[in-house]
Design a protein around this ligand. Structure first.
Ligand code: NAI
Length: 243
């Protein structure tokens, strides 16, 4: 499906990011992914998922624009061209709002929202020049549905939805599509960090009765990356929790 195409996934060492790297490789793409600091893990993933020379790991903090620019340059140096970016890296710093520190707020905005700006901005000019590009944000149902303890996180995830809609309008004339997936509760480390009593309550609210798999989000991301006539859209991958 993606033969001769190259994609960059931010935060590709675990969870949804890793599943997306794997799904893209399985569909024939070249894949670059960023990791924050664990080089040993990143190298393991290259060995585990790569086939030949089709995978590249780049150490970069998603909060840093200069590092984003350097990452894109490295990807182009290795694979010549970049066709799409998956803006996946994200964090949650859940707390009741009255206990949320300025640092909890700032680091969440800086990682989830500024990180989105950094990689879209660092790649969009190349997409404009080549008259083709795919941008997919990993937002959350938390953008659309209030979630206790997630005032900071919901703000960033809702911000990503405004971001994709305005950017989609601006760059559609250059053959660039900009979309988002909004996962519900997905069985990754982020889900594992939720206390058991809260997990049980959440499961009761999911019509399909289970947390999603990271690979199920990756499938939706791949669908958006290969679609030519979808832009400015959000696909919920949430077991029906928004119904
Ligand atoms: P995870 O915690 O397993 O993985 C997050 C990835 O982002 C890791 O690879 C981490 O190293 C990377 N990352 C975090 N801060 C970074 C930084 N400053 N620089 C570079 N990389 C950084 O999380 P998960 O669950 O795979 O989440 C991925 C995305 O999906 C996030 O944007 C999250 O908000 C979103 N999401 C997850 C849901 C879930 O239930 N797991 C639900 C809805 C959305």
């Amino acid at each position: 499906m993606f033969t001769d195409q190259t994609f960059l996934v931010t935060g590709g060492t675990r969870g949804i990011g890793k599943a997306t790297v794997q799904a893209l490789i399985e569909r024939g793409a070249n894949v670059a992914f960023t990791y924050q600091s664990n080089r040993v893990l990143a190298e393991q993933i290259c060995e585990e998922l790569g086939q030949g020379n089709n995978i590249l790991a780049v150490e970069a903090d998603v909060q840093d624009f200069t590092q984003a620019q350097k990452t894109i340059a490295q990807v182009k140096e290795r694979f010549n061209q970049l066709h799409g970016v998956v803006l996946n890296a994200g964090i949650a710093r859940d707390k009741p709002f009255y206990m949320m520190s300025e640092e909890d707020w700032d680091v969440t905005i800086q990682t989830n929202l500024k990180g989105t700006f950094n990689y879209a901005r660092a790649s969009v000019f190349d997409f404009i020049k080549q008259k083709y590009g795919r941008i997919v944000c990993v937002s959350s149902v938390s953008a659309m549905k209030g979630v206790l303890g997630q005032v900071n996180y919901s703000t960033t995830k809702a911000g990503q939805i405004g971001f994709i809609k305005s950017l989609a309008k601006e760059v559609s004339k250059f053959g660039i599509t900009v979309n988002a997936v909004a996962p519900g509760f997905i069985a990754t480390d982020m889900w594992n960090d939720i206390p058991d009593d809260r997990k049980a309550k959440i499961l009761g609210e999911i019509p399909l009765g289970r947390a999603g798999e990271a690979s199920e989000v990756a499938d939706a991301i791949c669908f958006l990356l290969q679609s030519n006539y979808i832009t400015g859209s959000v696909i919920a991958v949430d077991g029906g929790i928004l119904i």
